[in-house]
Design a protein around this ligand. Structure first.
Ligand SMILES: [Zn+2]
Length: 150
């Protein structure tokens, strides 16, 4: 999508969800949207390039997560990653829930983050326990980067 089309798309999404349209919100959302995959907080800050201060970026990310526009992951080194979620915004809670059910795999070599098949990652809680959210990330080497023995 061209940049002005991305902007228009985001503005429409905000309006549909009764979210105030501000420059910072649209720009930061566009950065994550255009990434098209998991993007780290550091990469977002680099892309923002001092156009907005850190506090503004954190506030916008918080707002986007709260409204279901972003999925968030935190890896073992406490680095946060975000991915835009069109489906989350304004759609029913079940669908949002399903998206959050994934377990992810992060490659320590190339940094790629990919969802694992849901049926491989079901965790059964003891009786009486209720899950409200989960954040599961497995680290290792992907099939391209796995060290070989020869
Ligand atoms: Zn890899």
């Amino acid at each position: 999508m061209r940049n002005d089309m991305v902007t228009r798309h985001i503005v429409q999404l905000f309006k549909k969800n009764a979210i105030n349209v501000t420059d910072a919100r649209v720009r930061i959302t566009a950065i994550i949207y255009n990434a098209g995959k998991w993007i780290s907080l550091a990469a977002i800050l680099r892309a923002v390039n001092n156009e907005f201060d850190r506090t503004t970026v954190y506030r916008v990310l918080c707002m986007l997560c709260d409204n279901g526009f972003l999925n968030k992951l935190v890896d073992i080194e406490k680095i946060s990653y975000y991915m835009f979620s069109d489906a989350g915004a304004g759609s029913d809670k079940k669908q949002v829930q399903d998206q959050h059910e994934h377990t992810y795999f992060k490659c320590m070599s190339c940094g790629s983050i990919s969802p694992l098949p849901a049926h491989d990652t079901i965790i059964h809680l003891p009786e009486g326990f209720t899950k409200t959210s989960s954040n599961l990330l497995i680290s290792g080497y992907c099939d391209h980067c796995a060290p070989t023995c020869n």
